[in-house]
Design a binder for this molecule. Structure first.
Ligand code: HEC
Ligand code: HEC
Length: 331
């Protein structure tokens, strides 16, 4: 039984970790390295920027050059405690290795071939040394994923609440769990039920007006084998994944622990402030009947959730260069 158990622990294709700190350092470098994109022009940090709450600060994300995006970039803060990934919940699991792999090879993200990536890494002596220290192995695609996942576990903020809270924050907390009904979906420590809901967030018309975003969206629908993919005029959300009519226009409830740092908001970035978000909820359906002061209180509560961002050594352009003896590198 023991070998089976060991296999389950290490997961498929994963290398045993020799040095966790080296693995995180490797992931940190790779995260900021533009060599991870097919044309060498963008990195993970282009769309998950530490200066924009590990999202990108735009309503709709960019993509690999020559297309443009149709979804708001997701913040990677506390990503390692999520169990469902992407606005449409396309991936689930105990860690973000599947979405991380898609970020590298996906045509609309880094558009990188896994073999090409491995060969690029092998020509850089510092990467070879870090892989050896971290995993006791030469550069591999699985190792790249493992190190990026390890790095993402460091992007956390605490759960503990401030002891000094204003009266407005306290009222906001009561409203959040009471009259405003927010905790029906934003529940638990991470403030999400990890389920999809159709909340009626307005469409972002730019997706259907900008040719580059429009084509990217059509490709996404086609890849998900959605019928009428050329004519649909709304973001169908989770429906693309499940094909269940109840999921049309539904999105996964995002966690809110660091929400004040990750504007603009919603899957399509239609709201640029938390005030707009709370007003949207107040006016939705039969309405919540919040007074202006109550709305301000809910916003104060949301703002007060943020904790100090993790300190990461900023490595926007790694100094690592291709070895002068790259011809000697064996493959
Ligand atoms: C061109 C922009 C872009 C690049 C480059 C990019 N991302 Fe993303 N990332 C996004 C967008 C947009 C989403 C949300 C996708 C969705 O929900 O449909 C996302 C989602 C994710 C998620 C899922 C998070 C969640 O909670 O749902 C992870 C993990 C992630 N990215 C990690 C990475 C890593 C690691 C890299 C580098 C290897 C990377 N990303 C590169 C734009 C990008
Ligand atoms: C029915 C479930 C539900 C209820 C009730 C609910 N939310 Fe949400 N919330 C969601 C979902 C789903 C999204 C994502 C919607 C989208 O992107 O289209 C979301 C998004 C958000 C966002 C944007 C987060 C981000 O990262 O972009 C904020 C802020 C938010 N909700 C706060 C609240 C507040 C405050 C309340 C109470 C007034 C509330 N929510 C009530 C399900 C809910």
């Amino acid at each position: 039984m023991l070998p089976l158990f060991a296999l389950a622990l290490n997961g498929c294709g994963e290398n045993p970790v020799h040095d966790e700190a080296a693995l995180i350092e490797l992931g940190n470098y790779l995260f900021f390295d533009q060599r991870l994109s097919g044309d060498g022009s963008i990195s993970c940090a282009t769309c998950h920027d530490p200066n924009h709450g590990w999202a990108d600060g735009s309503p709709l994300s960019q993509t690999y050059p020559a297309s443009d995006g149709f979804r708001n970039s997701k913040s990677l803060i506390n990503v390692s405690s999520r169990t469902v990934f992407y606005w449409d919940g396309a991936y689930s699991g105990s860690d973000p290795s599947e979405p991380t792999a898609e970020m590298i090879t996906g045509k609309l993200f880094l558009n990188m071939h896994d073999y090409l990536l491995t060969e690029r890494m092998k020509q850089v002596p510092e990467y070879v040394a870090l892989f050896e220290r971290a995993l006791g192995a030469e550069p591999s695609f699985d190792g790249v994923i493992q190190s990026l996942v390890a790095f993402q576990t460091t992007l956390t903020t605490g759960d503990e609440l401030e002891s000094l809270e204003s009266a407005s924050v306290q009222r906001g907390r009561d409203l959040f769990g009471g009259k405003a009904q927010c905790s029906t979906c934003h529940s638990g420590v991470r403030m999400t039920d990890a389920l999809a809901h159709s909340t009626g967030v307005p469409e972002n018309p730019i997706i259907f007006q900008d040719p580059l975003r429009h084509t990217a969206y059509r490709v996404y629908l086609k890849e998900h084998e959605v019928e009428d993919y050329m004519t649909i005029g709304q973001d169908v959300g989770r429906f693309a994944v499940t094909k269940n009519e109840l999921d049309r226009g539904a999105f996964i409830t995002p966690d809110l622990r660091q929400v004040a740092d990750t504007a603009p908001f919603m899957h399509n970035g239609v709201f640029s402030t938390l005030q707009e978000v709370v007003r949207f909820y107040d006016e939705r359906g039969e309405g919540l009947g919040l007074t202006p002061t109550e709305m301000t209180d809910v916003v104060s509560f949301l703002e007060n959730l943020s904790r100090a961002m993790p300190e990461i050594s900023d490595m926007p352009s790694p100094a690592y260069q291709v070895s002068a003896e790259w011809l000697e590198v064996s493959n």
